[in-house]
Design a protein around this ligand. Structure first.
Ligand SMILES: NC(=O)c1ccc[n+]([C@@H]2O[C@H](COP(=O)([O-])OP(=O)(O)OC[C@H]3O[C@@H](n4cnc5c(N)ncnc54)[C@H](OP(=O)(O)O)[C@@H]3O)[C@@H](O)[C@H]2O)c1
Length: 324
């Protein structure tokens, strides 16, 4: 797979990465997980050149990093491990629909303890990218970011990233320690970063890690009605997936499919190729626990969209329903 550099001084990674969240968290929680398959998907990702593996301490909660650690045990040096800190599970079943209830915790003492716990679960002595999952509204970002920077000084993290932030928060963090990446939802149906965050990142040599790049599966053409969503699945609470909105949003999925049919690719590949075409600093991290989807997603790196294809995708309708 072609590679790109994360930010100005970050590691080289495949132009498409892998998000590990759904292997243990958020989606289809009523179906028991096939951990052996998830482990092989992570290992296969490396073989395909998808070297950036994204996880977070709170995914699971606290089991997704262990899964990633198991998968990478004998090939640590081939992976660029990105994990996150700054959210904690305060009740394992107290969230909506019996999901874990999580909340931000950006206190420096939490970050200092969390990096050691993450390294233990991941089975490594350092992570390549340590990301602040959410800015804690009760803690100045400078204090939280300063604690992440201590992890770099201590050799426990190589580079730092932010998640779900605006330009002002990026600037405040930059004044304390360089920002290598910003992780934001970015896809054909979620483009708010194009207004300010993406231009800022481009100008300042910061990579944009695009999360939920497949619109949580919707842009890949997975869901034609609300009833197709699995039980105990975060998407059941999201406005865009409610039946009437979802029906209206099928125009978007159909627009992606039309281009895919024309260029001989799958809708998922077109959704990812559109992101890759936004510039070398945009790296999508699609999530999957399914071997055939992983191969499909890797193939997106070879899909070239013409200016006409890109214009057609740019023109798909805006979604009905907010993100949350
Ligand atoms: N920073 C944050 O706050 C934040 C928030 C959300 C996500 N993330 C990160 O971003 C990663 C990706 O986001 P996401 O998982 O929310 O959404 P996504 O990548 O947009 O979509 C994942 C869904 O799409 C399905 N899928 C994947 N490839 C497919 C293909 N080729 N064809 C058909 N269906 C396909 C998956 O199915 P299966 O799982 O059944 O294979 C899963 O249901 C996460 O794993 C996580 O690392 C970060």
């Amino acid at each position: 797979m072609r590679t790109t550099t994360l930010g100005t001084h970050g590691p080289r990674v495949g132009v498409i990465g892998l998000g590990a969240m759904g292997m243990s968290f958020a989606y289809d929680m009523a179906t028991p997980r096939d951990e052996a398959t998830s482990v092989s998907v992570i290992r296969q990702a490396l073989d395909l050149g998808m070297t950036l593996i994204d996880t977070a301490d709170v995914y699971g909660p606290y089991t997704n990093e262990e899964l990633v650690g198991r998968a990478l045990a004998d090939r640590r040096e081939h992976a660029v491990i990105a994990t996150k800190v700054g959210m904690e599970a305060i009740d394992p079943t107290g969230g909506p629909g019996g999901s874990p209830l999580v909340k931000p915790n950006g206190r420096p003492e939490h970050v200092r303890a969390a990096i050691d716990a993450s390294l233990r679960r991941l089975g490594t002595d350092h992570v390549d990218l340590y990301q602040l999952h959410r800015v804690d509204p009760e803690v100045p970002i400078e204090e939280t970011w300063g604690a992440l920077a201590e992890a770099v000084t201590a050799g426990k993290a190589r580079h730092l990233g932010l998640s779900k932030v605006g330009v002002e928060q990026i600037q405040r963090a930059q004044a304390v320690h360089p920002v290598t990446t910003v992780q934001s939802e970015f896809s054909l149906w979620t483009r708010d970063v194009q207004a300010e965050v993406l231009p800022y990142c481009t100008q300042h040599g910061i990579a944009l890690l695009s999360y939920s790049p497949l619109g949580r599966g919707f842009l890949a053409g997975r869901f034609a009605s609300f009833d197709e969503l699995p039980e105990k699945d975060q998407r059941r609470r999201l406005p865009r997936f409610q039946q009437d909105n979802l029906q209206a949003n099928l125009d978007i999925a159909n627009g992606v499919r039309a281009v895919a049919d024309r260029v001989g690719a799958t809708p998922a590949q077109v959704a990812l190729a559109w992101l890759v075409a936004q510039g070398p600093h945009v790296v999508p991290i699609p999530g999957t626990k399914t071997p055939k989807y992983l191969t499909d997603n890797a193939g997106a790196a070879d899909v070239r969209l013409s200016p006409g294809d890109l214009a057609e995708l740019d023109a798909v309708p805006a979604p009905v329903g907010g993100r949350y």
